[in-house]
Design a protein around this ligand. Structure first.
Ligand code: PMT
Length: 228
């Protein structure tokens, strides 16, 4: 039997939050379930995991192979990833990073009595996945997620190429019961060499196990190519 070599994983999970004032923020519906399931599946297969997580309401998997790094904002997630990418073989970006943040954060709670309509000026946040190769200098196996509502394969393939990923896991987040804050997912796994594998709708724990199996296979294939 082919026993997989232990790999070092970094997995991002959950949403990030961008404050507007001390009590309000911009975020999204990510529950962290997909990223946490991946962390559990990788750890159960004997790999070590750094789990960089935004604020979520689900329990942290209890496993000695999992180290949690809790963050709140996109800047914090970027810094946590950048500091640790050099120590891992595989990076999976399953987090739903807030794409915009308010240009300025109000220092005090904005009172309804002082504010009528409120127009927020938003600016793009850092692209963590898109920075993994350059400027972060990551040479390991890079796995992105693509949350799409149309043209799933074409948009995901474009994202994979632009962000220089080895694998892109595409989920159609317009489908009820899968994607954001659901217990199940159904994904298309695109490989940079053109390969494609469809994982049917199943519990996120099951999808996560399959993804870890695919990543182990790709990593073994890489090591063989590098050794020959
Ligand atoms: O957390 P759950 O409720 O279980 O839901 C799971 C999920 C739907 C969040 C997950 O399966 C998923 O699709 N995660 C990616 C969500 C997303 O933000 O997709 P995107 O297509 O906008 O981003 C593409 C990739 O770039 C992702 O790997 C994302 O982590 C990364 N990204 C995006 C923006 C940004 N500023 N920095 C990033 O690193």
């Amino acid at each position: 039997m082919d026993i997989p070599e232990p790999l070092r994983f970094l997995i991002t999970a959950g949403p990030t939050r961008e404050p507007i004032d001390p009590v309000r923020f911009i975020s999204n519906r990510s529950s962290g379930k997909m990223g946490y399931a991946l962390a559990s599946a990788a750890a159960a297969a004997g790999h070590s995991v750094v789990l960089v997580s935004g604020p979520v309401a689900i329990p942290v998997p209890v496993d000695p192979n999992i180290r949690l790094v809790g963050v709140e904002t996109t800047r914090e997630m970027y810094a946590a990833v950048e500091a640790r990418l050099g120590e891992v073989d595989v990076a999976i970006m399953a987090a739903a990073v807030a794409d915009w943040r308010p240009v300025s954060v109000r220092p005090h709670k904005v009172k309804k009595s002082q504010q009528g309509d409120w127009v927020l000026h938003l600016r793009k946040t850092e692209d963590i996945l898109g920075s993994a190769r350059e400027p972060m200098g990551f040479h390991g196996l890079l796995v992105g997620f693509a949350a799409e509502t149309e043209n799933l394969e074409a948009y995901a393939r474009d994202k994979m190429q632009r962000k220089r990923c080895d694998l892109m896991v595409a989920n159609d987040v317009s489908q009820p019961g899968i994607g954001f804050d659901a217990d199940e997912n159904e994904v298309m796994v695109l490989q940079a060499d053109g390969g494609i594998e469809r994982l049917p709708r199943a519990a996120k724990t099951v999808v996560a196990r399959e993804l870890v199996r695919i990543i182990e296979g790709l990593s073994r294939q890489r090591r063989r190519t590098q050794a020959s």
